[in-house]
Design a protein around this ligand. Structure first.
Ligand code: ADP
Length: 627
């Protein structure tokens, strides 16, 4: 069989220009290689009992030289012989690191070795920013050092060179700036520092770079306005051990909070953190946070959900959205797992692994929230005030599919007690025969109390839930019922109808029909209702669409305006207005029209519905009271 011929120039070109979307990752790749090289030597030291090779003896340095436009990345790891340079850097897609992992698979598991490389292409990403690369390397235990030089696709040379210490030094000759790319940026101290922090913060060996510092000044020097003298010093930039890899018992509350504030740019400390370490089908470590307040843009399109995803301590994505369902989009945090990455290490190859982690995280968040609800109700309510709306949207948007996850987490204010209750708590006070979970839609508990039908229900010893958010009634429609009890808007027509009113409605059928006739197309029914207590009139609704839903729908941008509630005009039989209506009806049937319109107009106003032809109706009111 013949083997495939590759055009290495083309392949290298592809490597350099096609697989990465983000040039800045070259530094992450080189530093990962350094870390691998050190790991290999550390492992050798352990295995062969060589002294002087403890973790503290190793480091990685990144040094920029602006004058010569070079960026140098060095390590004192295992280094490469001439042959290894040839094999590893002369063959694209050959990974010495993968070979190392495969050969030592059994042993390295236990020795806390963490070799990152696997595809054999990361190194070449440096050609995205460098026009020439020199690799000086001296294998551990060898007397000779070698230099590998390449300007990219044309090829490479290897020749002996001088190098005092074992390890590898990579010199990048940074490309000249173009209109599109300011490559010289990679020589700036702030840029190097931020790249190391961003991608390589948890590499387990110190990464040092030159940091400019300023000498202290005496008071007189300050007074004289002398410029402060500066000097450069090597400083370790990375935090090395990620917080999430530590044991919970080793991490203080301040450290958790500090990490949250620094990583997610929040001034306020989080409401709660959860540190998870899962081993099994899928293994990962994570720290999840529930913020104390909703970010200013939380309930808008500009908010992006997601968790920071690391693999082996190296950042893969800043915001992995697949790890969080929308209804838990408020959660912030980091996840670290050994995942199968795709070749650019910018995305994950297998979404199945992510899905597993995601569903695991979802369960974890739910159980933590339930725990909070049970053990620290005050804190839970604080959480709920910030993010409860999102949970209710979660039920609504999925047509109730997320019911099981969310139903135990939602709460409404009880009108009776003016405090939050869960649905479980509400029904716990119901008798077997009670069929309904009553709710009223209004912004506050006081406003629900003021609804005409509330009094009768509350007097009967029943509680009412206050549905204060627009989404509430829609979300509840998705649920339909809870534990066999049906949700019931107190402004439904059938709530107010009682047998006691049957007779009086029959007796007044004439005038009521006359009013209904005048309001044809506006109301479905007109009736007398003693549940109004002190109120003269109100509106209720029949069927699925409530008055509140009509209101919300009519405000939607792409108009569900046609959707109307089937309205019922209810009149209080013990109010003087009934006598007046009867008299007018007897004297002149047609004169009932003005009264009917005014009653309907007033009832709409009381219900917060928009009123049409208001000036005409107001004129009628003034006319009538002037008589
Ligand atoms: P990967 O890291 O995925 O294996 P690279 O293209 O980045 O792929 O590197 C190819 C190989 O070159 C590595 O597997 C390793 O054997 C070798 N190598 C790269 N950088 C170094 C280094 N700093 N020290 C020692 N060996 C290195």
């Amino acid at each position: 069989m013949k083997s495939f011929k590759t055009q290495s120039k083309r392949v290298l070109d592809l490597m350099i220009n096609s697989i990465y979307t983000n040039k800045e990752i070259f530094l992450r790749e080189l530093i990962s290689n350094c870390s691998d090289a050190i790991d290999k030597l550390y492992y050798k030291g352990l295995k062969e009992g060589i002294s002087g090779l403890t973790r503290n003896d190793f480091s990685i340095t990144v040094i920029a030289d602006k004058q010569n436009r070079t960026l140098t990345v060095s390590d004192n790891g295992i280094g490469m012989t001439a042959e290894e340079l040839e094999n590893n850097l002369g063959t694209i897609a050959r990974s010495g690191s993968l070979a190392f992992k495969t050969e030592n698979a059994e042993d390295i598991k236990d020795d806390d070795i963490n070799v990152i490389g696997q595809f054999g292409v990361g190194f070449y990403s440096a050609f995205m920013i460098a026009e020439k690369i020199e690799v000086y390397s001296k294998a551990y235990g060898s007397e000779e050092a070698n230099l590998w030089v390449s300007k990219g696709a044309e090829g490479y040379d290897i020749k002996p060179c001088e190098k005092a210490e074992h390890g590898t030094k990579i010199v990048l000759y940074v490309k000249p700036d173009t209109d599109d790319d300011k490559f010289s940026d990679y020589l700036e101290e702030y840029r190097i520092r931020s790249l190391i922090k961003k991608y390589s913060d948890y590499i387990r060996y110190p990464i040092k770079t030159e940091v400019t510092k300023y000498k202290e000044q005496s008071e007189t020097e300050q007074k004289d306005g002398m410029p402060r003298e500066s000097y450069v010093e090597l400083e370790t930039l990375n935090s090395m051990t990620p917080l999430w890899k530590k044991n919970k018992s080793e991490v203080t509350e301040e450290e958790y909070d500090g990490f949250y504030k620094d990583t997610f740019f929040d001034y306020e400390k989080p409401l709660k953190h959860v540190h998870v370490s899962v081993e099994g089908n899928v293994s990962y470590k994570a720290i999840l946070y529930i913020p104390a307040k909703a970010p200013f843009n939380y309930y808008s399109k500009s908010y992006e959900k997601g968790l920071k995803l690391y693999t082996d301590g190296v950042l893969i994505t800043e915001r992995c959205a697949d790890l969080l369902p929308d209804y838990f989009s408020f959660v912030k945090g980091v996840v670290d797992s050994e995942l199968t990455l795709n070749i650019s290490r910018e995305t994950i190859q297998q979404s199945r692994q992510l899905k597993l982690i995601g569903s695991n995280i979802e369960k974890k968040i739910k159980s933590e929230l339930l725990d909070l609800m049970k053990n620290d109700r005050e804190k839970y309510e604080e959480f709920y005030k910030a993010f409860g709306l999102q949970l209710k949207y979660g039920i609504y948007q999925s047509y109730g599919m997320n019911r099981d996850v969310l139903i135990d987490l939602i709460m409404f204010k009880s009108v009776k007690e003016d405090k939050y209750v869960t649905l479980k708590e509400y029904i716990s006070s119901l008798g077997e025969d009670d069929k309904f979970i009553f709710y009223g839609t209004a912004k506050t508990v006081e406003a629900v109390k003021a609804l005409p039908q509330s009094e009768k229900i509350l007097d009967g010893g029943k509680d009412i839930l206050c549905f204060a958010d627009e989404v509430d009634e829609f979300a509840i429609k998705m649920l339909g019922e809870y534990e066999g009890k049906t949700f019931k808007n107190i402004l439904s027509e059938d709530v107010s109808s009682g047998e006691e009113d049957e007779k009086i409605n029959l007796e007044n059928k004439g005038v009521l029909d006359q009013i209904a006739g005048c309001l044809e197309g506006k109301v479905a029914k007109v009736k007398l209702s003693s549940s109004l207590k002190n109120r003269p009139v109100c509106l209720s609704s029949e069927g699925e669409i409530s008055l509140e839903m009509e209101k919300v729908l009519s405000q939607m941008p792409n108009g569900a305006e046609g959707v109307k509630a089937q309205k019922v005009l209810e009149i209080n039989p013990s109010h003087e207005i009934l006598e007046k209506l009867k008299r007018v009806y007897l004297e002149d049937k047609d004169a009932v029209k003005d009264y009917a319109e005014i009653l309907y107009f007033s009832a709409r106003l009381v219900s917060g519905l928009s009123v049409e032809e208001s000036s005409k109706t107001v004129d009628k009111i003034i006319d009538l009271i002037s008589k």
